[in-house]
Unconditional design. Structure first.
Length: 276
């Protein structure tokens, strides 16, 4: 009975999330203040529900819920909602908030309606340690930061094309400037690279201490280092003046696709990452 109730509450949360996106879109098209307020209120309810479920799950399992793929997806979705609320209240980037919530909604829907049941790793309890928890937390935080760089890159491309075609309207007044989107990409990627690097170092240390044997040729390790190199090259070339404007935005989008491949496929093919 409790499982059914929890499932229904998660479904209700997805519905509220979807309705909030509708009101965000109405606000974007017609600049309706009331629509914006309703959207924020609904998103606030979603965030409260997510946070309550997260806290209850932590109390029930006596650990931070990031040891399986679906737990990671849930935490990732919660991070995106939190990030969107912060951006809305402190920076007024309404269009960026809309994009972030689209990504968050997709991941929340995957978590709620995926056919595979959420389950613990078969040896997860035996290997839980502070080092492992910090490693996974930093990894998910880095993915959230790099997702934000994707949002800013998409906004940059949209804004550039609208300005080039001289199609600026009142509905676009809440969009950041080209300079702000480029700065947002740079800050996001810098934070993401730093967090990912720390996560990789901690992860390798945990594997060395906890596992009898592991290979550096594991697909998830290789994919994570490839991500780190790719994003580092993007930042290096941007700071050197070789990547700017639309080219800078495009490579962010390509890199984000690589991130998604590593997030899903890398976890599936890894020999010792226990995400199912």
């Amino acid at each position: 009975m409790a499982d059914i109730t929890m499932a229904r509450l998660h479904e209700a949360m997805v519905i509220l999330y979807a309705v909030s996106l509708v009101f965000y879109f109405i606000d974007y098209l017609y600049k309706e203040k009331r629509a914006s307020q309703i959207a924020m209120a609904l998103l606030g309810v979603v965030w409260v529900m997510q946070t309550v479920f997260l806290v209850f799950y932590i109390i029930e399992t006596q650990r931070f819920p990031i040891l399986t793929l679906f737990e990671g997806i849930y935490f990732y979705a919660w991070l995106l909602v939190t990030l969107s609320i912060v951006l809305r209240f402190f920076y007024k980037f309404d269009f960026a908030v809309f994009f972030i919530n689209i990504i968050g909604f997709i991941f929340m829907t995957i978590h709620t309606f995926a056919p595979v049941q959420i389950e613990r790793s078969p040896i997860g309890e035996a290997l839980v340690s502070e080092l492992l928890l910090i490693h996974i937390t930093f990894a998910i935080l880095s993915y959230a930061a790099l997702s934000l760089s994707f949002v800013f890159s998409a906004l940059h491309m949209i804004l550039y094309r609208l300005l080039k075609k001289k199609k600026w309207t009142q509905q676009l007044s809440n969009m950041p400037s080209l300079g702000q989107t480029e700065k947002g990409m740079t800050i996001s990627i810098l934070v993401g690279i730093t967090l990912l690097f720390v996560s990789l170092i901690l992860g390798l240390q945990w594997a060395y201490i906890s596992l009898e044997e592991f290979s550096l040729l594991d697909i998830k390790i290789i994919g994570s280092f490839v991500l780190l190199v790719v994003y580092s090259l993007i930042l290096f070339r941007h700071r050197g003046g070789a990547l700017n404007g639309m080219n800078y935005a495009r490579v962010h989008i390509y890199a984000f696709l690589l991130l998604l491949i590593n997030f899903f496929l890398g976890s599936r093919l890894s020999e010792f990452h226990f995400w199912y």
